[in-house]
Design a protein around this ligand. Structure first.
Ligand code: ADP
Length: 138
């Protein structure tokens, strides 16, 4: 099988401390020559709120996420691209996958600690709708 050339690694900041399985495997793939794009989506209408978040709060969150995601990339010691977008999480993940023509998405199955879950809601939608291969890390 030909190696995956461009790999999208969606990262939920709230998951990073306990669960970094997809970051570890991304670092491994980077070391064998793949282009890695770390992506965090700052949700403009999070699933816990019925209303849109004010624009200035989103901007602050995007800036913070950029710093945090860059730190995560740096910690791997590998060269990686860092992308932060605001929008709806799974839709934005799929949009970036198309835009950057990635051939693999490496996603975590669900938030750490929820072992009874089969797939989290974002992971499930990405698996169902992605047009490229998806690797689900457990
Ligand atoms: P849960 O419902 O248990 O929180 P999710 O399906 O939301 O599980 O999360 C599983 C994985 O989906 C995360 O570890 C991450 O890889 C990806 N993901 C979820 N939300 C986001 C987000 N806002 N930005 C980037 N990736 C995300």
């Amino acid at each position: 099988m030909e190696m995956f050339k461009t790999i999208l690694v969606p990262i939920d900041m709230a998951h990073v401390i306990e669960g970094k399985a997809n970051i570890d495997i991304a670092a491994q793939q980077a070391s064998s020559g793949a282009k890695i794009i770390l992506l965090n989506v700052v949700e403009d209408i999070p699933n816990w709120a019925a209303v849109e978040i004010p624009a200035h709060l989103i901007e602050e969150s995007v800036t913070r996420a950029q710093t945090d995601l860059q730190a995560i990339a740096n910690a791997t010691g590998m060269k990686m691209d860092v992308e932060v977008r605001s929008g709806h999480s799974y839709k934005t993940i799929l949009e970036v996958a198309e835009e950057k023509q990635v051939d693999l998405i490496i996603i975590a199955s669900h938030r750490p600690g929820l072992q009874d879950y089969f797939l989290g809601s974002t992971a499930a939608k990405v698996v169902r709708h992605a047009r490229c291969s998806v690797l689900v890390m457990r």
